[in-house]
Design a protein around this ligand. Structure first.
Ligand SMILES: Cc1cc2nc3c(=O)[nH]c(=O)nc-3n(C[C@H](O)[C@H](O)[C@H](O)COP(=O)(O)OP(=O)(O)OC[C@H]3O[C@@H](n4cnc5c(N)ncnc54)[C@H](O)[C@@H]3O)c2cc1C
Length: 581
C-alpha cells in the first residue's frame, strides 16, 4: 500500500493516509518518488498526516531521561530521524582539542550503536542546521523538530535561526529543559530578573523553586519507525556513514597521550553505578562529597564531568540517584539536602549566571566581573601551557591536562591560581582559552565561571594566601610522596621526595645522581613564589582600595566556601588574619 503524496513542492507535500490503509506499516524511503512510502506500520487512526520528526542532538547525547526524545517519538505515527550536525560550533566544537573531540565522537558512536540495535541509526551531517531543516522540510515534509535546551547565550543565534526557519514553514519546534536541574531562566526570574552572583544567593533562589524534576521514563520504542534520508540530501550535505575520528577534523593526539576517559552513555551509566557504590560507603561513614573531600589524583577515572557536559549522563539522574541513596542510608533522618550533591549545584550556578550574559567569558565587557589590570606575558603563559614553569606540581597538572584532557578540581584551582592572582598575574581569559581547548569537560559557562570566581574575586582575602595556595605546599598536601609528579614529570622521577616539590633546592650531586640537572633537563622555576605572591597581594589590595564600594560581581559567598572550594586547610583563616594584622 502506497501513501498518496500530494505534489512535490513543500507546502503540498503533506503525506496523506488513505482511508482504506492497512493497520500495519513500516516507513521506508522510495528514491524514485522522492517522497516517503509507508508500509507495515501499526497505525490505527486513519486520515492523519504522517509526522516527520527530528530529534536534534546537540548536548544530551543519551537515551535515558531525554524528554526531547520522548516527544519526538510520541504523538501520531511518525518517521523518526535522530540527527547530529557538525556545524563547527555545536557541542563546543568551535574551540576543541583532540581529547574532547575524541570524547564527543565516542559519545556519538555509542548513541549510534544503541539506535542501530533498535533498527535505526544516528544521522551525522555536516552543514548549517537551518539549511538542513529547510531541506528536510522540502524533501520529507518535516513536521517537528525536538531538542534539549542549550541555555548558554552562545547558542542563541543558531537556535533563533532554526526556530525562524521552522516557524516560516509551519514546523513545530519543541525545546526541553534537561541539561540542567532547573531551568536557568526560571531561576533568574525567581531572583527578580538578576543573576544570583554568589553561590549562597543561588541556593536561596532555587530553594524557592522547590526540588528539581525527576528524570522522565525510558523511551518505549514499540512502533517507532526510523526514517532514511533521501539520496538527494545525502549528496547535498555531507552525511557520515560512520562516526569519524578526530584526525578527520585535523586534530592529532598529544604526544604522551594516555586515554583514561571514554565517551558515551553506556560508559557513563557504568561509572554512575561505581560512583554510587563509593557514595554509599561514604554516606555510611557519615561523609558527603567523598570525591572532593579526599582528592585522589591518581585513582581510576570516576569523574562524570565530561559525561555531564555532553549529556551522556543526565544530571537529574545523577542528582536523584544520590538523594534517594542518601535517604535510604539515613532513612530520611536527616533528609538529603542540596549539600550532598553540592558540586552539581555549582554547575547549575555557573550556567544560570551566564544565561543572559553573552560577555560572561570575558572580563572588561562583562558586567559581573571585576576588571583587573592583568599583565601580558607571552613567555610565562607559554611555559604555563607547556608545563615548563619549574614548579613540578603545576607542570604535572598542565601536562596531564594536555595529554589526557582532565585534571582534578584541586589541580585546576592550583594552576588557575598560579596563572592569575597567585604568581604570574596573567588574565584568567588566557587560562580559560587554554582550558576550553584542552579539557574534555570544557564548558563555556562552567569553565569561565570557575576562572572568574577563583581569580577575580578581589575582595576575597583568603585567596591572597601565599602559604596555602603555594604551588609547593598545596601539591605536597595533596600528594606527599610525589607519585603524581613522577607520573607526569618523568624527568624528576629519581629525585628524592624531599626535593620533588622544590627541585631548585636539590644540591648538584643529588641532581646528578637523579639524572636531572635543573635548568638543563628540567627548567628553573620561572618566578620566586614568595616574592611574586607578595607583590600580587599588594596589587589586589590596591584594587580593593581604589574601589569605593564593592561592585556587584561574581564572587565567593564567604570564607568557609572558599576553604571548601579551594581545598584550603582549616587553619588558613588564622594565618591570614595574622598576616593582615
Ligand atoms: C579553573 C577551573 C575550571 C573548571 N572548568 C570546568 C569545566 O569547564 N567544566 C566542568 O564541568 N567543570 C569545570 N571545573 C569544575 C571542576 O573542577 C570539575 O567539574 C570537576 O573536577 C569534575 O570532577 P568530578 O566529576 O570528579 O567532580 P564531582 O565532585 O564528582 O562533582 C560532580 C559534578 O559536579 C560538577 N562540578 C563539580 N565541581 C564543579 C564546579 N566547581 N563548578 C561547576 N561544576 C562542578 C561537575 O559536572 C562534576 O562532574 C573547573 C574548575 C576550575 C577551578
Amino acid at each position: 500500500m502506497r501513501i498518496q503524496c500530494i505534489g512535490r513542492s513543500p507546502p503540498h507535500a503533506r503525506v496523506i493516509v488513505p482511508r482504506e490503509a492497512p493497520v500495519t506499516w513500516t516507513a521506508t524511503y522510495a528514491p524514485a518518488l522522492g517522497a516517503p512510502v509507508i508500509q507495515q506500520r501499526q497505525w490505527p487512526t486513519m486520515n492523519r498526516p504522517v509526522q516527520m520528526s527530528v530529534l536534534w542532538f546537540r548536548h544530551g547525547l543519551r537515551l535515558h531521561d531525554n524528554p526531547a526524545l520522548l516527544d519526538a517519538i510520541s504523538g501520531p505515527p511518525s518517521m523518526f530521524f535522530p540527527i547530529f550536525i557538525f556545524d563547527g560550533e555545536s557541542a563546543g566544537t568551535k574551540v576543541i582539542g583532540f581529547n574532547r573531540m575524541r570524547f564527543l565522537l565516542e559519545s556519538l558512536a555509542d548513541l549510534d550503536r544503541q539506535l542501530r540495535s533498535r533498527g535505526g541509526r544516528l544521522w551525522l551531517l555536516r552543514g548549517d542546521p537551518s539549511k538542513i531543516f529547510q531541506r528536510l522540510w522540502e524533501e520529507l515534509a518535516l513536521t517537528k523538530v525536538c531538542f534539549e535546551q542549550d541555555c548558554e547565550p552562545i547558542w542563541n543565534e543558531r537556535d533563533q535561526s532554526v526556530r525562524a526557519t521552522c516557524a516560516e514553514r509551519g514546523v513545530r519546534c519543541e525545546e526541553f529543559v534537561s541539561h540542567t536541574l532547573w531551568d536557568p531562566k526560571a531561576v533568574i526570574y525567581a531572583n527578580g530578573g538578576l543573576p544570583p552572583l554568589t553561590y549562597q544567593m543561588f541556593l536561596h533562589t532555587v530553594s524557592t523553586l522547590g526540588e528539581p524534576p525527576r528524570p522522565v521514563e525510558d523511551p518505549d520504542w514499540t512502533g517507532v519507525t526510523f526514517g532514511t534520508l533521501p539520496p538527494r540530501l545525502v549528496k547535498e550535505f555531507q552525511v557520515f556513514d560512520e562516526v569519524p575520528k578526530p584526525e578527520y577534523f585535523g586534530l592529532s593526539q598529544p604526544g604522551y597521550g594516555l586515554v583514561r576517559w571514554i565517551g558515551g552513555e553506556t560508559r557513563a551509566l557504568q561509572h554512575l553505578r561505581e560512583r554510587l557504590t563509593q557514595e554509599e560507603q561514604a554516606f555510611r561513614k557519615g561523609i558527603i562529597l567523598p570525591n572532593q573531600s579526599r582528592p585522589d589524583l591518581l585513582g581510576p577515572p570516576t569523574s562524570q564531568s565530561a559525561a555531564l557536559r555532553y549529556g551522556c549522563l543526565s544530571v537529574r539522574r545523577f542528582y536523584w540517584n544520590l538523594h534517594d541513596l542518601f535517604n535510604a542510608v539515613s532513612q530520611g533522618d536527616p533528609p538529603a539536602g542540596l549539600n550532598i550533591s553540592g558540586q552539581l549545584i555549582w554547575r547549575e550556578y555557573f550556567y544560570t549566571m551566564s544565561v543572559y550574559n553573552p560577555h560572561y567569558a570575558e572580563m572588561s565587557a562583562n558586567p559581573i566581573c571585576l576588571d583587573v589590570p592583568w599583565d601580558k606575558n607571552p613567555t610565562f603563559l607559554e611555559k604555563w601551557k607547556k608545563g615548563q614553569t619549574g614548579f613540578p606540581f603545576i607542570d604535572a597538572a598542565m601536562r596531564q591536562l594536555v595529554s589526557e584532557g582532565w585534571i582534578h578540581h584541586v589541580a585546576r584551582n592550583s594552576v588557575a591560581c598560579f596563572l592569575t592572582r597567585g604568581d604570574l598575574w596573567i588574565s584568567w581569559e588566557d587560562g580559560l582559552a587554554f582550558f576550553l581547548e584542552h579539557l574534555i569537560d570544557a564548558d563555556w559557562s562552567v569553565c569561565a565561571g570557575n576562572w572568574m570566581w577563583v581569580s577575580s574575586s578581589a575582595f576575597e582575602q583568603l585567596l591572597d594566601c601565599s602559604k596555602c595556595l603555594c604551588p609547593v605546599n598545596y601539591g605536597r598536601r595533596l600528594d606527599p610522596w610525589g607519585e603524581y609528579i613522577k607520573r607526569y614529570v618523568p624527568e624528576l622521577r629519581n629525585l628524592p621526595v624531599e626535593y620533588l616539590y622544590e627541585p631548585w633546592k636539590a644540591p648538584l650531586d643529588v641532581q646528578r645522581d637523579a639524572g636531572c640537572i635543573i635548568g638543563d633537563h628540567y627548567p628553573e622555576r620561572i618566578v620566586d613564589h614568595q616574592r611574586a605572591s607578595n607583590q600580587n597581594r599588594q596589587y589586589m589590595e590596591n584594587i580593593r582600595n581604589s574601589l569605593l564600594e564593592q561592585p556587584a560581581h561574581c564572587c565567593p559567598s564567604n570564607q568557609d566556601e572558599v576553604r571548601q572550594f579551594m581545598w584550603l586547610p582549616d587553619e588558613c583563616v588564622g594565618h591570614i588574619t595574622a598576616k593582615i594584622a
